[in-house]
Design a protein around this ligand. Structure first.
Ligand code: TXA
Ligand code: MG
Length: 352
């Protein structure tokens, strides 16, 4: 595994590696991605293997210019309303943390979409990601660069610690600024758009532009007729989880609980009158109680707490506005991962 910088020469080197079929972890504004050429089936297979990711969980294809969209998605097959929504959203929110589900082009390998008739497309705003995509093949499949089910990486060091030699190249672009994955919105059905994953673009912003969207978290028959395949496999309840069991509390509840030794705390905002206990095993997502700042710190602080070998992490819910919905979604899944059906999502998918 080779570490590269964000210098022009290094990005070109990484792009050449990617184009030749190697796996390149790279920074985006949301989290680090594990990139492979979207049209190279062998490279795609290595992505699933490196992450220990089930083949039924499709990848997001990253582009760096709007014109590349037509290589991946069959946008001519969209009905008038969906085409209009695509045009508005791509004009206002691309590049940025929004992934759109669209009908797939037959030439895009089925492995990238796990056999679904649709493809997930994202145009990241991170300049390093854009250069890497442009200098390589123009279409880069990239899931978050973490073992399946575990916390997403917001720093190059997280990728190194979690995937190590399973990656060929890591571009170190510092900390991801948004901090939670992109919002996933399905425009493929022709009906009302469905929000499949809350993420870095707030639902409110999308609804301002195209009107009401449906929040969809059910299951349906998906790839290859699998009965329990979620509409979006990222909806698997046990996901985005630290190794340490996490328990979620309502806002304000956490500060009133007695301190228990060996337990960590993750506050959304500073608890009144408790500033002296911060640090150590306690973190605060946002000093100003702001959901954007909190999202940027979420995975970073969970990584920090997870490294402390605590018996439990108690986390406080965020308000539901702005990026709060994405924060709560990740915390709820982390809590679920430690709960009844899975002893621990990471244990169940531990790398050999
Ligand atoms: O911010 C992000 O989106 C990051 C960075 C690296 O771009 N990527 C990311 O990828 O979060 P990943 O693989 O961890 O999550 C992709 C999500 C999954 O929930 C997957 O099930 C969903 O997108 N997805 C991909 N293709 C889909 C499709 N055709 N239909 C429905 N959901 C799809
Ligand atoms: Mg992921």
């Amino acid at each position: 595994m080779e570490f590269l910088s964000t210098s022009e020469v290094d990005i070109q080197k990484a792009a050449a590696a990617l184009a030749s079929g190697l796996l390149v972890a790279f920074p985006t504004e949301t989290v680090y991605g594990l990139g492979a050429d979207a049209f190279n089936v062998t490279a795609l297979a290595r992505v699933f293997q490196a992450k220990n990711r089930p083949r039924f969980d499709p990848l997001i294809i990253h582009i760096a210019e709007y014109a590349a969209l037509s290589r991946i998605a069959d946008i001519d097959s969209l009905n008038g309303e969906s085409a209009e929504r695509l045009s508005i959203l791509s004009k206002h929110l691309w590049p940025g943390p929004l992934t759109l589900i669209l009908p797939k082009r037959p030439a895009l390998p089925d492995l990238a979409t796990s056999g679904l008739p649709t493809a997930a497309v994202r145009f990241p705003s991170h300049p390093v990601a854009q250069k890497l995509i442009r200098y390589s093949t123009g279409a880069v499949a990239a899931p978050s660069a973490n073992p399946f089910g575990y916390l997403s990486p917001t720093q190059a060091e997280h990728v190194k610690a979690q995937l190590g030699s399973r990656v060929d190249v890591i571009i170190d672009g510092g900390r991801a600024t948004v901090g939670v994955e992109s919002t996933v919105l399905d425009l493929s059905s022709g009906g009302r758009p469905r929000l499949l994953r809350p993420g870095g673009t707030p639902r409110e912003r999308i609804e301002e532009l195209i009107g009401a969207v449906e929040f969809s978290c059910g299951t349906s028959a998906g790839a290859a007729g699998a009965q329990e395949t979620p509409v979006s496999p990222g909806q698997l309840k046990s996901h985005y989880a630290p190794r340490t069991p996490l328990v979620l509390c309502r806002r304000g509840e956490l500060a009133s609980l007695p301190d228990i030794s060996g337990e960590g705390r993750l506050y959304f905002a500073p608890p009144a009158g408790k500033s002296q206990v911060l640090g150590g095993t306690t973190r605060v997502l946002s000093v100003n109680g702001d959901t954007t700042e909190a999202a940027a710190n979420l995975f970073q602080m969970l990584h920090e707490l997870d490294a402390l070998e605590l018996t439990r992490i108690r986390a406080e819910e965020a308000p539901t506005s702005g990026l709060g919905a994405a924060i709560n979604d990740r915390l709820q899944r982390a809590e679920y991962a430690c709960g009844n059906t899975c002893e621990n999502a990471y244990e169940n998918t531990r790398l050999p």
